[in-house]
Design a protein around this ligand. Structure first.
Ligand code: SF4
Ligand code: SF4
Length: 60
C-alpha cells in the first residue's frame, strides 16, 4: 500500500499537501502537518509532485 512520508528537515508546514490531497490524508495539528490517514492514500503522487520543498516521498 502506498503512503506518504514527510521529511521534517525539509517541510515548512505550508499546508499545500493538506489542500491538494484528494483523499484528506494530511491534517494540520498544532501548526504541524501530519500524515493523519495513511490508509486512505491512493498513490496519486500529487502531494509528492506539488510539495514546494520536495519533502514528501511516497513509499510502498
Ligand atoms: S506541501 Fe511539503 S512543505 Fe508543505 S506542509 Fe506539505 S510536506 Fe510540508
Ligand atoms: S499520493 Fe495522492 S492520495 Fe496519497 S497522500 Fe499524496 S496526494 Fe494524497
Amino acid at each position: 500500500m502506498p503512503k506518504p512520508v514527510i521529511d521534517y528537515k525539509k517541510c515548512t508546514n505550508c499546508g499545500n499537501c493538506v489542500d491538494i490531497c484528494p483523499m484528506q490524508v494530511f491534517e494540520k495539528e498544532n501548526d504541524k502537518v501530519v500524515v493523519k490517514h495513511p490508509d486512505k492514500c491512493i498513490g496519486c503522487r500529487a502531494c509528492e509532485v506539488q510539495c514546494p520543498k520536495g519533502a514528501i516521498k511516497i513509499v510502498d
